[in-house]
Write a protein that binds this ligand. Structure first.
Ligand SMILES: NC(=O)c1ccc[n+]([C@@H]2O[C@H](COP(=O)([O-])OP(=O)(O)OC[C@H]3O[C@@H](n4cnc5c(N)ncnc54)[C@H](O)[C@@H]3O)[C@@H](O)[C@H]2O)c1
Ligand SMILES: N[C@H](CO)Cc1c[nH]c[nH+]1
Ligand SMILES: [Zn+2]
Length: 433
């Protein structure tokens, strides 16, 4: 019988117990840090040769040269032609919804003109070249291809370089088909820290990019953290998480399966249920015991639930909200009568799924919003991957002759206060008297 931690928000040590459950040990592993540092240094100095060596070692590919690891766009288009039509239609339907949603996020340049003719504003431009990391070690993620590539395309990024590991040299046809649907420009069958390093520093074959986006395991996340500064990154995403708040009136089998849906990603994934109804928590425990043996990935789910899941009993919904805001989960399901009212009180969550008919899984594939989301409590300060991650802003300043008189005096005083004489004189040269 699977043992899931049962907590009560009224127990004396509740908040410390919760913090223990939320702590993700993977983040502070010195061994991983050392391995990733070495991989980055080797790829930086030896380029393709090092990428090939690591791909042979970690992904067991048999490629002789880096060009063997480039997958042509014709190959991706052929994959799209050859997958079953049901899969092609699903990919295209999902892509269309993701595109439509992200179209709303596109930011435009803006400016305003002051009375004296001075113009101020921001010019919004896309990145030139983005690197898309598509995870592929334990499972293949065509949906992540769409979620990474489509916002970049909407932003107007000129070149999208996708990397994806192909364990044992096995290429996933749906991943390639998704790359064709989303308009990726180049694809390399490379994963892990070596892929991140290649995108960050560039190699003889893999072009250097301006920003690397996309989720991945601890090696990928650590590498992204280390190359930040050389290139931009979207976020450091940890294992998937789901938090469900339920009033006890949803079918317990539905809630059990929603918890499984994230647990099946990874042994380190986290699933938490909060309810004011103690009997309901028991019913979900029973559903879990009943449904677990039917799951294809029951071993991963079992480890994830045993190590990282929790059932939390609360006195009322206000406490449920307080706990949810503390957890700041990647995905938050509000399985209650009036989810919209409750959502107004949620301050921290990557994505909020409203109502009993909105399982998180629909957001993973086709609702439209991005599924690359802040994890490990980082929703307190970061947001879903979006078009804005592929756009940057330059300030626009055009001072009129008249404006230069008033601004010049202010700047001159402040510059002299900082003992920066060249600044002061530069402003003063434009003064008429
Ligand atoms: N947040 C999201 O949107 C999202 C989406 C999909 C997947 N995910 C998460 O992404 C992760 C994917 O992980 P994954 O492992 O399946 O694929 P991955 O592509 O992230 O990692 C596979 C790579 O890890 C490297 N690696 C493995 N063992 C290594 C070792 N001992 N030393 C050095 N390098 C090693 C290999 O190079 C391999 O190519 C999961 O945690 C999953 O939950 C998140
Ligand atoms: N739930 C994952 C993000 O945490 C995304 C995903 C891809 N495929 C299925 N799920
Ligand atoms: Zn998922």
């Amino acid at each position: 019988m699977i043992e899931i931690k049962q907590l009560s928000a009224s127990q004396a040590d509740f908040w410390t117990a919760l913090e223990d459950i939320l702590a993700w040990e993977g983040v502070s592993d010195d061994k991983v840090t050392d391995i990733v540092k070495e991989i980055l240094a080797e790829v930086k100095s030896r380029g393709d040769e090092a990428v090939l060596e690591y791909s042979r070692r970690f992904d067991r590919v048999t490629a002789e040269t880096m060009s063997d690891l480039e997958i042509s766009l014709d190959r991706a288009k052929a994959a799209l032609e050859n997958i079953p039509s049901e899969q092609r239609q699903a990919l295209e339907a999902a892509a269309q919804r993701v595109r439509q949603y992200h179209d709303h996020q596109k930011q435009s340049s803006w400016s305003y003109t002051e009375e004296d003719g001075t113009l101020l504003g921001q010019q919004v431009t896309p990145l030139d070249r983005a690197g898309l990391y598509v995870p592929g070690g334990k499972a293949a993620y065509p949906s992540s291809v769409l979620m990474n590539a489509i916002p970049a395309k909407v932003a107007g990024v000129q070149e999208l370089i996708m990397v994806v590991p192909t364990p044992n040299g096995e290429v996933n046809e749906l991943v390639l088909a998704a790359a064709a649907v989303a308009g990726v420009d180049r694809i390399f069958a490379v994963g892990g820290a070596q892929a991140v390093a290649a995108l960050a520093y560039g190699t003889e074959t893999i072009p250097q990019v301006d920003k690397i986006v996309g989720p991945g395991n601890i090696f990928v996340a650590t590498a992204k953290g280390m190359v930040f500064g050389t290139v931009g990154i979207d976020m450091i995403a940890g294992p998937s998480e789901i938090l469900v708040i339920c009033d006890g009136k949803t079918d317990p089998d539905w809630i059990a399966m929603d918890l499984f849906s994230q647990a099946e990603h990874d042994e380190d994934a986290q699933s938490i249920l909060i309810s004011p109804d103690a009997d309901f928590l028991e019913k979900v425990n029973a559903s879990i015991a009943k449904l677990l043996p039917t799951m294809e990935r029951k071993d991963i789910i079992t480890t994830s639930l045993q190590n990282r899941a929790a059932m939390i009993h609360v006195e009322d919904m206000d406490t449920a909200i307080e706990v949810a805001n503390f957890i700041a989960a990647e995905h938050l399901e509000l399985s209650v009568d009036d989810p919209m009212e409750m959502a107004k009180k949620i301050r921290h969550a990557g994505a909020i799924f409203l109502g009993r008919y909105t399982p998180e899984a629909l957001g993973d594939y086709c609702a439209g919003p991005n599924h690359v989301l802040p994890t490990s409590r980082t929703a307190r300060f970061s947001s879903p991957l979006g078009v804005y991650d592929f756009q940057k802003r330059s300030s626009l300043i055009q001072v009129s002759e008249q404006g230069a008189q008033s601004l010049g005096k202010v700047a001159s005083v402040l510059a002299r206060g900082e003992s920066l004489t060249a600044h002061a004189r530069s402003a003063e040269y434009r003064l008429k008297d």
